[in-house]
Design a protein around this ligand. Structure first.
Ligand code: TRP
Length: 455
């Protein structure tokens, strides 16, 4: 791209801002809502191990590769990919990665908004006091009733989508610091409160066994794919966010160490969420494998039964919504950057346009919990489940695979070395080896094994 675009370096001002941006995109519903319920469905400890292994051996190297593309190209994901191809003399066709990423971002955003809307609704429910001293069965029923009400779902997700695109339309640089310095630490404190509550009232022993040592009953190739897909999801890999943020990376950023730090922090929050949720699940005889409702049943029950629980609960769901908002704004950035920088739309116009598309997609997701709950795709997937699986089990792994091949094999080694000049030779060697020899076969084998099993 032009010199003008490359000159945008250092827009984030400092290394800290970049770390903040990446962390706020990583920590979200993936940690609090998605990770615990997947653990529950896929039998605990083994899932956790596969998740950690794929996170550090596959997802982290791919995220580093994304940031390298961005800091090399200094432009939106599509332009950065084209710039890198030109610079290394490879095919421009590689920029198809950008399309896959943009589509994945939009689809994730659609169902993410639905769940974030649940979070907003639960702020109000906490405030209304319905959970006070409620039994686990009552709390479960409240969630079922809530899902059966299309108007409520659509109302809350609409508010979430409007907030997301209002922020995105105004520009994403403001407000990130607030999220990071305020919302994330506070969230950690609240998870700590829940864990302390659990020491007294939860079944810590069973939860610990489930999370760290259980031998799983039906752990399949698909569970491995789900664990790897979640590693991508939670680190925000495969939707171009690494490229979009890397484009603003300050010059002296040690990209490798930064991404590793984000992955460690992200997993820490996920495991804390597990320790906050599962002891309640076991103590209240809830089903660990109950699926997407896990957080929305176990935590309100705990809050409803602890001293000052309603205040804590209110604060918790406010934070969940705020943190989801941070991730959603980041998710919107790949398609936004495309519309603004390549199609030359004004930011507010692009925001309205994308907001409308996401709203329509989210609408059909919400209806799949009630009006359309009988409308199935493939054997038995509702639209919500279809979007989740299509993105996490297919689009993200494919985008990640193409990124490993592109950066590992197609781009010139010297180009990569320059972007990673703050890292040692050993680090660079290891990273590139992961990208060339470990990640691609791992992704391929896992995807193939799971698809053979499904067929
Ligand atoms: N990582 C986010 C979470 O855990 C979700 C997510 C996936 C995301 N891809 C993203 C966020 C891209 C921002 C950008 O909740």
């Amino acid at each position: 791209m032009s010199i003008a675009l490359r000159a945008r370096s250092g827009v984030w001002g400092s290394r800290t801002t970049f770390v903040l941006a990446l962390t706020t995109s990583a920590i979200g519903l993936g940690n609090l809502w998605r990770f615990p319920y997947l653990l529950g469905e896929n039998g605990g400890a083994l899932f956790l191990m596969v998740y950690l292994a794929t996170l550090f051996l596959v997802a982290v190297p791919v995220m580093i590769a994304e940031v390298v593309i961005g800091s090399h190209g200094r432009a939106d994901p599509m332009s950065s990919l084209l710039y890198a191809s030109k610079h290394s003399g490879t095919f421009a066709a590689w920029s198809v990665i950008g399309w896959i990423m943009g589509i994945a971002a939009l689809l994730i955003l659609a169902y993410y908004s639905v769940v974030a809307g649940w979070g907003l609704a639960y702020v109000q429910k906490m405030d209304s006091g319905v959970f006070g001293d409620a039994s686990a069965a009552t709390v479960g029923q409240l969630f079922i009733d809530f899902l059966a009400d299309p108007e409520a779902l659509v109302y809350w997700q609409s508010i979430f989508i409007i907030l997301t695109f209002a922020i995105s339309g105004l520009g994403i640089h403001r407000g990130l610091g607030v999220l990071f310095w305020f919302a994330i630490p506070l969230l950690l404190v609240l998870l700590g409160v829940l864990i302390i509550f659990n020491l007294q009232y939860g079944d810590m022993e069973k939860a610990g066994e489930f999370l760290f040592s259980s031998v799983s009953f039906d752990f399949t190739a698909r569970s491995v794919l789900i664990a790897m897909g979640h590693a991508f999801f939670t680190l925000s890999v495969g939707v171009g966010v690494g490229i979009a943020f890397g484009a603003y990376a300050p010059d002296k950023l040690p990209i490798g160490r930064t991404v590793i730090a984000v992955a460690v922090l992200d997993s820490f929050v996920a495991i804390a969420a597990g320790l906050a949720i599962f002891p309640i699940v076991f103590a209240a005889n809830l089903e660990p494998s109950m699926g997407p409702g896990l957080m929305f049943v176990s935590l309100p029950y705990a809050f409803g039964n602890m001293p000052q629980g309603e205040t804590y609960g209110l604060l918790f769901f406010v934070l969940v919504s705020v943190i989801a908002l941070g991730s959603a704004v980041a998710l919107a950035e790949t398609p936004m950057a495309y519309l603004v920088e390549r199609m030359r739309l004004r930011r507010p116009v692009a925001a309205v346009l994308l907001g409308a598309v996401v709203w329509l997609l989210a609408l059909s997701c919400a209806l799949s919990f009630n009006q359309w709950s009988e409308v199935y795709f493939y054997e038995s997937l509702t639209l919500f489940q279809l979007l989740d699986r299509l993105t996490v089990e297919f689009l993200l792994p494919v985008a990640a695979l193409l990124t490993t091949l592109y950066v590992g094999y197609a781009l010139r080694r010297e180009v990569l070395r320059v972007e990673l000049y703050r890292e040692t030779n050993n680090f660079f060697f290891l990273w590139r080896a992961c990208l060339r020899y470990i990640a691609p076969p791992a992704i391929l084998v896992i995807m193939l094994a799971a698809s053979i099993e499904i067929l």
